[in-house]
Design a binder for this molecule. Structure first.
Ligand SMILES: [Zn+2]
Length: 402
């Protein structure tokens, strides 16, 4: 009897033990474009991963993280701790089972130097990030698809980056008004590499612009729209924050001597369109601080605005308030970025464009809130669509000086 009990015990115990030993080892990888993680620890027993962003201090804020977990047991709950504060720790992380479809985790638990997320993983691999990633591959694939699917879209190469990458752009226009009456619009995102949400806003804008929506068609017929989904491609691909990089970032590079090829090329395109009398609107897409819960515009300071320019800016903002209803609803009041905001305020893109184009041109920066339950791929794209509808309304309704 005693012998039987012990053999039963062994028989029951050994397979359970073998199963525990067979639990795959969790591994973290960030050795892919846009990836960023420095692993602090992995506790295989509690299935807890602790990371912080991979530090590249010369390339700006150390706030972006994006990594893949291997060795996941399908159905298990992973615990992810991110060491950091402020811009580094969103209330909810971005999570994906396939590195393509991104959703948010439940809100994490904050302690003084870190946040802890828990997420049930469906497959053997799982991806976590600060926000839904949007890297160069996605920009290239989207532009290829847009050009293939729409007769109104064509691709252009903005420039080669400092690291030698081709920076892709898209031009949209449809046969309509005479060339000399055609409006000019420039939209770009990611002068700050970590602000991935701005590229999703850009994507939503383009999807709308190429859609069957009557207002999108109306805008295509009266305007040429140039779009660059990622400006600082090198920082994006290196998984760096980009903001405040050495000696300065892309959005402090707008001058008569820009150091970044992307800014040089953008200035050249915009100046040529303006000189030809075919430039009217400039929109620079960003994500703001963690405390902002609604999108808002940064506008140029009053000293850069003529009476004409002021009236057009007010009309554009009014059209945006009408169209950008949310769930990421536009804040009523814009913010001004002049000398009280930054000593280098003249080198901020929208201020430079406003100061160096004809006085009727509207130049703004849209900051889309990222730290909300609606700051998802769908939420961001909704903002882009509403931005497009606001542009069309502005050009249709406003009494614009030219
Ligand atoms: Zn920014």
């Amino acid at each position: 009897m005693r012998r039987l009990v012990s053999s039963c015990f062994i028989w029951l115990f050994v397979p359970a033990c073998a199963a525990a030993q067979a639990a795959p080892e969790l591994k973290v990888r960030a050795d892919f474009p846009n990836g960023s993680a420095r692993v602090e620890s992995i506790d295989q027993q509690s299935r807890t991963i602790t990371i912080q962003p991979h530090p590249q201090p010369e390339r700006g804020w150390v706030c972006w993280w994006y990594f893949k977990v291997e060795g996941v047991q399908p159905g298990e709950t992973l615990t992810v701790q991110v060491v950091g504060s402020g811009f580094t720790i969103p209330d909810r992380a971005a999570y994906s089972d396939d590195d393509k479809a991104w959703k948010q985790t439940e809100p994490g638990e904050k302690r003084k130097d870190r946040i802890t997320f828990k997420q049930k993983a469906a497959g053997k691999e799982a991806w976590f990030a600060w926000g839904p990633p949007f890297a160069l591959k996605q920009a290239n694939e989207l532009i290829q698809r847009w050009v293939k699917d729409s007769p109104h879209a064509s691709a252009f190469e903005l420039c080669k980056s400092k690291d030698g990458r081709a920076v892709p752009g898209l031009k949209v226009q449809q046969a309509g008004v005479k060339d000399e009456e055609r409006l000019g619009i420039w939209v770009h995102a990611r002068q700050h590499a970590w602000e991935c949400g701005s590229s999703w806003v850009c994507q939503g804008f383009v999807e709308w612009l190429l859609s069957n929506d009557a207002s999108a068609e109306a805008l295509r017929k009266k305007a040429t729209v140039w779009i660059v989904p990622i400006m600082d491609v090198d920082s994006v691909e290196r998984g760096a924050g980009g903001k405040n990089q050495k000696p300065h970032d892309h959005n402090r590079d707008w001058s008569d001597k820009p150091i970044y090829p992307e800014v040089q090329a953008a200035i050249k395109h915009i100046a040529a369109a303006d000189k030809a009398g075919r430039f009217d609107l400039f929109v620079d897409l960003h994500n703001p601080g963690p405390g902002e819960k609604q999108p808002f515009f940064f506008i140029p300071p009053a000293e850069l605005l003529s009476v004409n320019g002021r009236r057009n800016l007010d009309s554009f903002l009014q059209a945006c308030r009408t169209e950008m209803r949310g769930p990421l609803k536009l804040q009523d009041k814009p913010k001004e970025s002049g000398e009280n905001y930054d000593a280098n305020w003249r080198r901020i893109s929208k201020n430079f464009v406003r100061a160096n184009s004809r006085d009727h041109v509207v130049a703004v920066c849209l900051e889309t809130a990222w730290n909300t339950p609606h700051s998802t791929t769908e939420g961001y794209q909704g903002v882009g669509k509403e931005l497009g509808r606001a542009m069309e309304r502005y050009f249709r309704e406003a009494t614009r000086g030219k």
